[in-house]
Design a protein around this ligand. Structure first.
Ligand code: UFG
Length: 335
C-alpha cells in the first residue's frame, strides 16, 4: 500500500489522482486538513472509493505510529507541509515543527516498520538566490527563507537516514506549479492565496479588486520577474515515474521539475487574458521582498533518467486553472 501524506492539498491531490488513474489505487491518505480540504479527499474517493483517508498530524508520533500499525504500507509519497514563503519568515517555528519535526516522525516510523522508500516534495526554494541560470541539481543550496531551509534540512536528514538505515529517497524540486485537473475535479485551493495564476483569475471574478503586479523594473525583457511554470498534472506524472524508478533501482536521487522555459509575470497575465477572452484590470505595485528576478530550472536530468516529458502548454494550464476557479468561486457564492 502507498501512503500519500498531504494528499488533501494542491499537488498531493493531483498526484493521488494520477496514481489512481494509473491503477495504483491501493492508497492511504494522511492529512491534518490544516491547509488541505476534505472536499478534495472526497473527490478522490469518488474516483476510487477504496482509497483510505486518515485525518492526522505528523507532529503527533502516536498518530503516525498507529497508521503504520493499521496499514501495510510499503512506499511513501510525502507532500504534507506548510508552503508559504512569507508566513515562514514571520512564523518560522511553524515551518520547523510541521515540516522538519513532522518529517522526522514519519521517517522514524518508516525505518521502524522497514518501509525504506520515499518520494519527497522538495522545492526550488532550497537553492536561494540563483548563482547561475538555468539551475541544475548541483547548484549550491542556500535558502533565503525558513520554508526553503525546512525543505533543505529534510533533504539532509534523508541523506543521513540513507547512510545509516538504508532509507532511499527521491527528492523532486519543483519550480512554479500551475494548472488543475482537466476535468476540474480538483485544483489549487489555498487560503490565503498568494500565487500568481490563481490571483490573476480571482481578480477577474471580483469587481474593483485589481490584480497587482509586484514590480515592473526588474532587469528582464519586460521588467517583470521570470519564472519556470510547470503544470501540476505533468508534475504528478513525474511523481509516478519517480515511484517506478525508486521501486526498480532502489537508489537515492534528486531531480528538478520545471520546463526550462521562462515566462514573465506580464506574459502570464497576457495569456490569462487570452484564456478569459477579456481584459483584466491590474496595477503595478512595489516589488515583493525576496523575489529573485529569474528562476529557471534545468530539468534535463528528469527528462533523461525518469523519462519525464512535460506536455501541457501554459495556455492549457491556465485554462484548466480557470475552469477550476469557476467552481471554487461558485462554492464561495453558495456558502
Ligand atoms: N506575483 C505578482 N502578483 C501576485 C502574485 C505573484 O506579481 O499577486 C509575481 C511574483 O512577484 C513572482 C511571480 O509572480 O514574480 C510568481 O510568484 P508566485 O507567488 O506565484 O511564486 P513564487 O515564485 O514566489 O514561489 C514559487 C513557489 C514557492 C517556492 C518558490 C521557489 O510557489 O513555494 O517558487 O522559489 F518556494
Amino acid at each position: 500500500m502507498i501512503l500519500i501524506t498531504g494528499a488533501a492539498g494542491y499537488i498531493g491531490s493531483h498526484c493521488a489522482l494520477n496514481f489512481i488513474e494509473n491503477n495504483l489505487d491501493d492508497i492511504v491518505i494522511f492529512d491534518n486538513l490544516s491547509t488541505g480540504h476534505i472536499e478534495t479527499v472526497e473527490q478522490l474517493q469518488k474516483v476510487a472509493p477504496k482509497i483510505k483517508f486518515i485525518k492526522g498530524d505528523l507532529r503527533n508520533k502516536n498518530e503516525i505510529e498507529n497508521l503504520f500499525k493499521k496499514f501495510k504500507i510499503d512506499f511513501v509519497i510525502h507532500f504534507a507541509a506548510l508552503s508559504q514563503v512569507g508566513e515562514s519568515v514571520v512564523n518560522p517555528v511553524l515551518y520547523y515543527s510541521n515540516n522538519v519535526i513532522g518529517t522526522i516522525n514519519l521517517l522514524n516510523s518508516m525505518v521502524e516498520n522497514n518501509v525504506l522508500k520515499i518520494v519527497f516534495s522538495s522545492t526550488a526554494a532550497t537553492y536561494g538566490e540563483p548563482k547561475y541560470t538555468p539551475i541544475d541539481e548541483n547548484h549550491p543550496q542556500n535558502p533565503i527563507n525558513p520554508y526553503g531551509s525546512s525543505k533543505l534540512m529534510i533533504e539532509k536528514i534523508m541523506d543521513d537516514y540513507d547512510k545509516a538505515y538504508n532509507l532511499k529517497s527521491i527528492r523532486l524540486r519543483y519550480f512554479n506549479v500551475i494548472g488543475a485537473d482537466e476535468k476540474a475535479r480538483i485544483g489549487e485551493w489555498h487560503n490565503p492565496e498568494t500565487h500568481l495564476v490563481p490571483n490573476i483569475l480571482k481578480s477577474a471574478f471580483k469587481k474593483g479588486d485589481e490584480f497587482k503586479i509586484f514590480g515592473d523594473d526588474y532587469d528582464t525583457k519586460d521588467g517583470t520577474c521570470i519564472r519556470d511554470y510547470v503544470d501540476v498534472v505533468d508534475l504528478a506524472n513525474a511523481h509516478r515515474l519517480a515511484y517506478e524508478y525508486l521501486n526498480k533501482n532502489n537508489k537515492t536521487d534528486v531531480f528538478n521539475l520545471g520546463t526550462q522555459e521562462g515566462q514573465s509575470v506580464k506574459e502570464i497575465f497576457n495569456i490569462s487574458q487570452e484564456v478569459l477572452n477579456k481584459k483584466i484590470d491590474y496595477k503595478i505595485v512595489q516589488k515583493r521582498e525576496g523575489d529573485p528576478k529569474i528562476l529557471l530550472a534545468n530539468s534535463s536530468k528528469a527528462k533523461e533518467i525518469l523519462k519525464w516529458q512535460p506536455q501541457k502548454t501554459t495556455f492549457d494550464s491556465i485554462k484548466n486553472a480557470f475552469e477550476w476557479e469557476k467552481i471554487l468561486n461558485s462554492k464561495k457564492a453558495s456558502n
